[in-house]
Ligand binder design. Structure first.
Ligand code: BMA
Length: 339
């Protein structure tokens, strides 16, 4: 491999070989997508925008389940192969530190990451307005909520998988209380997952038409020898509403507010029926990856049309080279992000 992935060698990363007729970015869809279809669990109409990670010999995931009352909640699921999922019928039971039930009124777009000994679930919820909620677990049995990191309004928080310079690092996307016609990615740090500060700007919509309106972090950044590989979503506005595509960037390993490379073209944009047609048409919304550090295979989990979960694949070498070959960064990207 030309570039290293730092992290576990997940041998059973879901995978399908590259189709011969692939054009554009070196990212291809699983031919049997969507991997989670409609009405996947009793009382849940749709699952999408969900995160998974390796666990034991298989995989574990946190899923955005749109309940039949229309309210999103987070469900736990398990899988041997990362493709076929058993999702719990009951939503995750979050408690406070004393073990008392402490459920968010709604919760959506969960991300999942292990930092040291703890697994963190991070989502968007009501905190007198849309904001970020976090819980941690060590056993996937008890889920204890910790302090909300930010005041409203905020969405798309993504925690780095290790401390950087001794600090937890969280990407987020300050927003409004609605569907937010703007949005930049910021970075915040914490010594303890309670107090967040030293906020830095990471990147903004930069003039590329496919991401002209807003951007938001997607999957947990992947540590590589070139920097943090970040899959994010970029949104453009059309006369028929928003279109969500998947973009790629590489952030500096020690100062991730600095964007080293940023692909000026999308890596994936809605084109299949399950991305173009659904509750919200034209959405590809990445929330997680699993990767094999030995052979460089990456599987990307993304929400499709606010209705389904899709899988896409790529090799770290090809993806990084593609991002570098098509990289355009401006001062706004490369500066430390403090004004
Ligand atoms: C965003 C979030 C996502 C959703 C997207 C498209 O604001 O709510 O959960 O996938 O809109 O509807």
């Amino acid at each position: 491999m030309k570039y290293q992935i730092y992290g576990p060698e997940t041998k059973n990363v879901p995978w399908q070989d590259k189709p011969e007729n692939l054009v554009g970015a070196p990212v291809w869809r699983y031919s049997a997508n969507p991997v989670i279809g409609r009405n996947p669990v009793e009382g849940v109409a749709r699952i999408f925008n969900s995160a998974v990670m390796p666990y034991g010999d298989g995989f574990i995931g946190v899923f955005r389940g749109e309940q039949t009352n229309g309210i999103p909640a987070i469900y736990l699921g398990r899988s041997d192969d990362g493709i076929n999922w058993n999702i719990d019928k009951d939503k995750i039971r979050f408690t406070d530190a004393e073990g008392k039930l402490f459920m968010p009124e709604y919760a959506y777009d969960p991300r999942l990451v292990k930092v040291e000994d703890d697994y963190y679930i991070i989502w968007c919820q009501d905190f007198y307005g849309a904001s970020i909620g976090i819980a941690k677990t060590r056993d996937y049995k008890s889920f204890v909520r910790i302090e909300n990191p930010f005041i409203p309004f905020n969405r798309n928080a993504v925690l780095f998988p290790r401390k950087i310079n001794g600090k937890y690092m969280l990407l987020s996307r300050p927003s409004d209380s609605g569907h937010t016609p703007f949005g930049d990615i910021f970075l915040s740090e914490s010594p303890d997952m309670t107090y967040w500060g030293k906020h830095r700007h990471v990147m903004s919509p930069n003039g590329n038409w496919w991401e002209s309106l807003k951007i938001g972090s997607g999957a947990t950044p992947i540590e590589t020898s070139e920097g943090w590989l970040l899959f994010y979503h970029g949104v453009t506005g059309t006369c028929n509403g928003f279109v969500y595509s998947i973009g790629g960037a590489i952030l500096d390993i020690d100062n991730p507010s600095i964007v080293k490379y940023r692909c000026e073209t999308f890596l994936m944009t809605p084109q299949e029926w399950y991305e173009e047609r659904g509750f919200v048409p034209n959405v590809c919304f990445p929330c997680a990856t699993v990767q094999n550090s030995e052979n460089g295979k990456i599987a990307i989990y993304y929400g499709a049309a606010d209705s389904y979960v899709g899988l896409a694949f790529g090799y770290v070498d090809e993806i990084i080279d593609y991002i570098k070959d098509h990289s355009v960064v401006n001062d706004n990207d490369t500066e430390i992000g403090m004004r």
